[in-house]
Design a protein around this ligand. Structure first.
Ligand code: TRP
Length: 443
């Protein structure tokens, strides 16, 4: 099986794929709001520190396990440990991205529907009540959410069936730069609106008094979620990185891109929110209820501008959601291909059917939707992150971990950083994950 495994063409395309997985709805609907609520620039500094000191070592431990074993999540832990205990535990991390994918695909479907709405000029001159009513009408429609969920998942399936190079790599190579251009132009536009200043202050004004313990826990939790840690996507994608590439570069590159995107998304959304005189908020409501209203407001001057901006915005949301979704899909497919000996095509069909069914239920039962969401983001992701750091820090041999970290000693800077990295991996990361786990459990 190993001989016909594909690799990414270069470290740059690996970064684009990893960033594609990381950059998603979380960057747009949660990060900007958290920044504003928890102290602006003060929160950003803490977030950056946590990302580099805690999330990055976890990401690197997933990369090390994936690339060392050149396997899917389950196979990786089986190959690198004796006995079956560790790989049995890793089955949960094959399952959790598929659970995330099921409700993520429902939201992905909403984004496609909203892209269509934007093309049809649905938000021009609508008032806030009307926008809210449109969202309620759509989500409670008897079959439209199902149709769009199916469409979104089919798109993912097609990309994944094409394979690592011709599907996943190619898709990210095209859409990631495009996504950056879209969000940057949105931000420029948003900053040019009269009254946008309040949004900039909301995002940047440092207020250290808002850095409560809850703010710190949220910063770390968001950093995990945003970098897609603990669900085996980083592990699986890293198993397609050539042994010669520098995984420190791909890890840092992904972290920086993800943060940069979240910040620019903040500048795309919040100044416009304030310019329109509405309250900022987080969650699906921000994207599907608040933001469309901004487009309506702009429409009063020149309807075509608001239609164009709405189209750009929802196109960006669709790309961001798709590139994350295919990474979750690939975790399951790699498992079925390598562990169960199915063909890629058959594996894609199996995953499609399972995820489709759970997603369809989530589309109609909001309580199941939020159960899947809480279960994965509060518990399963944390469990996965802990599993991977403990495995890399305490089960694998130190020489193996460090030799993979420096690509068999190829990179002198990595060799110099080995001590710090190993300390963060072995002590800091597991303790931090355990703390968040406990916080989540208590709240
Ligand atoms: N990082 C994604 C976002 O910011 C969400 C996410 C969480 C994710 N876990 C994942 C994406 C696993 C892909 C794979 O929206």
């Amino acid at each position: 099986m190993e001989s016909n495994r594909e690799n990414f063409a270069s470290n740059l395309t690996a970064i684009l794929a990893l960033a594609g997985s990381a950059i998603g709805l979380g960057n747009i609907w949660r990060f900007p709001y958290m920044v504003g609520e928890y102290g602006g620039a003060a929160f950003i500094i803490v977030y950056l520190a946590f990302s580099l000191l805690i999330s990055l070592p976890i990401m690197l431990s997933e990369s090390i396990i994936g690339r060392r074993s050149r396997s899917n999540t389950f196979g990786a832990l089986r190959k690198l440990s004796k006995g079956r205990a560790w790989s049995s535990l890793s089955l949960l991390t094959v399952l959790s991205p598929l659970i995330i994918l099921s409700f993520y695909s429902v939201v992905g479907g909403w984004s496609i529907e909203y892209l269509f709405k934007a093309f049809g000029g649905a938000f021009v001159n609508a008032d806030p009540d009307n926008v809210r009513a449109q969202f309620a009408a759509f989500t409670s429609h008897p079959f439209l959410p199902l149709v769009f969920h199916t469409g979104f998942l089919l798109l993912c399936a097609i990309i994944v069936i094409l394979g690592v190079k011709s599907g996943i790599e190619k898709f990210n190579k095209v859409t990631m730069p495009l996504l950056f251009c879209l969000i940057v132009s949105m931000a420029i536009y948003s900053l040019s609106l009269p009254g946008s200043r309040a949004g900039v202050d909301y995002l940047l004004k440092p207020d250290f008094s808002l850095l409560s313990p809850k703010a710190l826990a949220s910063a770390l939790g968001q950093s995990f979620f945003s970098l897609s840690l603990g669900v085996g996507t980083v592990l699986t994608y890293s198993s397609y990185i050539s042994p010669k590439e520098n995984i420190l570069v791909s890890g840092v590159g992904t972290t920086v891109f993800d943060l940069l995107f979240a910040l620019i998304a903040g500048f795309a959304v919040m100044p416009a929110v304030f310019a329109a005189g509405i309250e900022p908020g987080a969650g699906p409501a921000l994207i599907f209820e608040t933001v469309p209203f901004i487009f309506c407001k702009m429409g009063s001057a020149a309807p075509w501008i608001s239609s164009v901006v709405a189209i750009l915005f929802f196109a960006a949301i669709c790309f961001a959601a798709l590139s994350s979704a295919i990474s979750m899909f690939e975790v399951g497919v790699a498992y079925l291909v390598e562990e169960k000996g199915l063909s890629r095509r058959k594996s894609v069909v199996c995953i499609f059917l399972g995820v489709w069914a759970l997603g369809a239920l989530c589309a109609y039962f909001p309580r199941l939707f939020s159960l899947c969401d809480t279960l994965t983001s509060n518990y399963l992701m944390m469990f996965g992150a802990l599993l991977f750091v403990v495995f890399a820090g305490w089960v694998m041999k130190k020489e193996d971990v460090l030799s993979e970290f420096s690509s068999e000693g190829r990179y002198p800077l990595n060799r110099k950083l080995s001590g710090v990295f190993y300390f963060l991996l072995k002590w800091v990361a597991p303790i931090a994950v355990t703390l968040i786990f406990i916080t989540n459990f208590l709240s």
